[in-house]
Design a protein around this ligand. Structure first.
Ligand code: XMP
Length: 521
């Protein structure tokens, strides 16, 4: 039996928004199954036959009058299902039903206050007692004329038609993004759409997710062997467990020591996976191979590309030795994808080449298996629990594929790696000892490419600056710096300087993401 076809679900039509997967994720949070389909591939005959309870039209970077740039089968508006249009989805819904869209005189980006005009099921409990709600906007166009039989539910100062509805036909349009956390009560609005308007039933859990992913893996890889690049972090560990459940002994994990890991990490990983979890694991010590290629390289993108290419070369080398390997499994997550390239081929701009996505060579012999590529970190953690992985693995801070290479801006040297491993070791150890590790989403030490003057025991020193970064986040897409008590900062600064030769100054990074990223490169 197909696990997803018989479920009642919400269909999300994707017009290329950065947030489409976030809509899907919100729906999963409500225990409901959803499926994303590109606007180019709307199949109305299939929609009628399937058990769909409602449709969401996503946002997107286009203008509704750029007809040559997108395809939209208007018949979808006649299938009799509730429809919620978000941002571009709101505009296209309005235009196709006879309304009008024009360039806004006042573009709205960021937080905006909207005022209630009329009651609606969609906005039950959405406004405060003053009939106001704070929402997050990102648009340059706006609906300037409503279609027939629609009414206004809410407005902002600059856009009158911020929420509109035709409750008879169950058509709803919102100009803002209810799926992002900055829209304070966005979840309430989506919940109203799902349960009060679409009347969808809860039918989705981590267990269902696990079963579906296992089924998808079996379908994708058939009888072939799969190698899995294991790093010991939560993502690749979850992928390894999923694959092990899906194909058993046909899974071979490869753990590559690239010389850019945390102190003693290689020992811990081999111990956990080979000895405790009895997973088929090959340990490859490629420290010299990596460092020799990276030495003297300072450009962040070059570093990422070199590391990505070498990882694949090594995987291919081992795939050849093992024979009959056609697939390489990786723990790519959705935020890695969205920042490396656009998933739909639309205008999301590239931030950096995450090593398991954009850092891969164009011509690769192995096909990729990426079962987590539409999930967010916290969802992967829940899945890990479902797969019986230990709390220790599940709650580990993320560690990037290119490792310490992107935590030492400028050229890479053996000396810098040695110093950085130690600094990171003391920082993480102290976080654990002082009960802070689990309050922080990710923390690390980095080595800045400048030396400064210090004084120790009456002598002048001229040594590196160690930068500490600790952030809180929901999914790594946005982040805030962690507010340490002064006492802890003093302690860790002393520990690092007293124990590590080569560092005479410790600084703390107090930027959020955006405008910075979590890693330095
Ligand atoms: P940034 O620096 O883009 O990081 O804000 C967001 C999250 O992604 C991790 N990261 C990576 N993970 N391969 C990975 O597996 C990579 O190339 C990579 N680059 C960044 C980063 O540690 C943070 O958790």
């Amino acid at each position: 039996m197909s696990l997803s076809n018989n479920l009642n679900k919400i269909l999300i039509v994707d017009f290329g928004s950065q947030f489409t997967q976030l809509i899907a994720r919100r729906i999963r949070e409500f225990g409901v199954f959803s499926e994303i389909v590109s606007h180019k591939k709307i199949n109305v005959t299939k929609i009628i036959k399937e058990n769909i309870s409602g449709i969401i039209l996503s946002g997107g970077p286009l203008n509704v009058y750029q007809n040559d740039k997108f395809k939209f089968d208007k018949k979808i508006l006649k299938v009799g299902l509730p429809i919620l249009g978000i941002c571009f989805g709101h505009q296209i819904l309005s235009k196709e039903l006879g309304g009008r869209v024009k360039k806004s005189k006042h573009r709205e980006f960021g937080l905006a206050t909207i005022n209630k005009i009329s009651n609606s099921v969609l906005t039950k409990n959405f406004f405060n007692q003053k009939n106001i709600s704070n929402v997050w906007m990102s648009h340059a166009d706006q609906v300037s004329k409503m279609p027939k039989n629609f009414k206004v539910i809410a407005s902002t100062k600059n856009s009158k038609l911020t929420i509109i509805e035709n409750s008879k036909n169950n058509f709803y349009g919102v100009q803002f993004h209810p799926e992002v956390t900055h829209t304070k009560k966005g979840k309430i609005l989506l919940r109203n759409f799902l349960f009060l308007i679409c009347k969808v039933k809860k039918n989705w859990s981590s267990k269902d997710q696990k079963l579906k992913l296992i089924k998808d893996i079996r379908e994708q890889v058939g009888n072939n062997k799969v190698i899995c690049g294991l790093s010991g972090g939560v993502d690749s560990s979850v992928v390894a467990q999923l694959l092990s459940k899906a194909i058993g002994k046909k899974l071979i994990c490869i753990f590559v020591n690239n010389g850019l890991l945390r102190k003693n990490e290689e020992k811990q990983v081999v111990n956990t996976f080979k000895k405790k979890l009895k997973i088929n694991l090959i340990y490859v010590n490629a420290e010299k191979e990596f460092i020799n290629k990276l030495i003297k390289v300072s450009d962040p993108e070059k570093k990422r590309k070199i590391i990505g290419n070498l990882f694949i070369k090594i995987f291919e080398r081992y795939a050849k030795k093992i024979k009959n390997v056609k697939f390489l499994a990786q723990g790519t997550l959705y935020p890695d994808l969205i920042e490396s390239k656009s998933v739909t081929g639309s205008q999301t701009s590239k931030i950096k080449s995450h090593h398991n996505v954009g850092g891969l060579p164009k011509k690769m012999k192995l096909k990729l298996v990426e079962p987590l590529k539409f999930l967010f970190k916290d969802e992967v953690r829940k899945l890990g629990l479902e797969l019986n992985l230990s709390k220790d693995i599940i709650s580990r801070h993320p560690f990037p594929g290119p490792g310490l290479a992107i935590r030492m801006p400028g050229i890479i040297t053996y000396e810098k790696i040695k110093i950085l491993k130690e600094a990171d070791f003391y920082f993480i150890k102290a976080l654990k000892e002082y009960g802070l590790y689990h309050k922080i989403w990710q923390a690390y030490a980095a080595l800045l490419p400048v030396k400064t003057v210090g004084v120790m025991g009456d002598n002048r020193t001229y040594e590196h600056i160690c930068l500490l970064r600790a952030i809180t986040s929901e999914d790594g897409m946005t982040a805030d710096f962690f507010d340490f008590p002064r006492g802890f900062m003093q302690l860790i600064s002393n520990q690092i300087i007293n124990n590590i030769r080569g560092i005479n100054r410790v600084v703390y990074d107090v930027t959020s993401k955006p405008p910075s990223t979590i890693e330095l490169e």
